[in-house]
Design a protein around this ligand. Sequence first.
Ligand code: SF4
Length: 295
Amino acid sequence: MLSEVIIKDFLQKAVRGEVTVPPSVTEEFARDCKAAFEKQFGGRGQEWRIRMSGLGHPLCQQVMGRDGKQEEMQYNAIFRFLIGDLVEAAVMAVMKASGIDIVEEQGECSLTLADTEVRGTLDVVLDDPVDGKKVWDIKSASPFSYSQKFGKGYDNMKGDDPFGYLVQGYLYAASKDLPFGGWIVVDKSSGEIQFVQAPDVQDEDRKEFIGVAEENIRKLNSGHTFKRPPMKPEDECYTVKGEKIYTGNKLLNKQCTFCGYRSECFPKAIQHPKVTSKAKSKPLTWYHTLKVKEL
Ligand code: SF4
């Protein structure tokens, strides 16, 4: 993937003060930042509809949205979304400045599946000198997710995809009749960037993940009622000399932790500083069951 090399080379030169950025790129970056800010602070009253970005989410979550349940968000969600949008704007600006061939950005797309028109907005279509024209999704990630999730490659993503990134990517790609390239991922903390590539041969995966989307659309359109799936909480543990020690607490699974309907499904869930963390400022964590508050 030559585009990854080009970006890293450009950033390396930028560190040495050896690059110039065309004023048009800076202006577009400023416009994108303004739009991101306005999006986050312009009210969130968007009506629910079937969207490409949501179709890979757990069906229970989508049913809640369809049925008009109010999503709850904590105050930090705004910064989380805003930072994601700003990182995306920065990646786009750097790609433009480094001369990468951008065929389309923020492109509106649509696809008819199960007799329903599904819309979305793809991040970017790149024409890479080696890999050709593909649809890419830009993600900002925590250090853990950057190395342990995206960093372990496409197959790892495929095996653990609580946010439906594969469904989303294949839907965008299919709407443009192009292959899915994968994810351009930035570590929000270190500033590192990596291209996590989808395989060249992807007919089977495309069929599988678009099939998931179709099945979800059918269920959503046929009045499928809310049913909480067996979202098994995880036993909290830490390791001492290679041995796992269980605290007796149970953590909410990832999907429910980040779900806006969490309090509807788990009214007794508690947010508490992570018991097993040794950090001075322990990250807040959602517990399904909190028996032990301190080690
Ligand atoms: S909290 Fe969990 S079970 Fe409830 S809707 Fe969200 S993802 Fe589904």
